[in-house]
Design a binder for this molecule. Sequence first.
Ligand code: ZN
Length: 149
Amino acid sequence: MKCQKCNCTNTKVTDTRPSSDGESIRRRRKCVRCGHRFSTVEVYGKMELIVIKRNGSEENFDPEKIMQGLQRAVREDENHEQKIEMLMQEILQLVLEQRLKKISSRNIALIVMEKLKQADAIAYLRFASVHKNFHEAHEFEQEFKNLEK
Ligand SMILES: [Zn+2]
């Protein structure tokens, strides 16, 4: 597992916790080189969810990608890690409780945006701007105006 700050591969697991639904496990890690702390999430093998990407190709659902999106979006402060973990759990629950065999990457992004919108307006905007291909440009601008009000 690579450190997301310095790319060093020497990271230490500091905590391991199963989620409340028992379907995923979260690990807190610390980079041995730069001290950066981050979390990773793994879903147990029994969950087989296929993600249909925008170009029509399919891949196995990887919660790590959501985690990375959240880590890019949520501003670093003293409790951003807890914030990310809470969001991650809520998002995973929403995705998993639908018991789907397939889900589009667009729908996943919409779920993430919905959660972020409630929790952290700035992170929501950052995430939405990264994924703005999910939105028509004018839709995004509208969102921005709504937030400014
Ligand atoms: Zn590092």
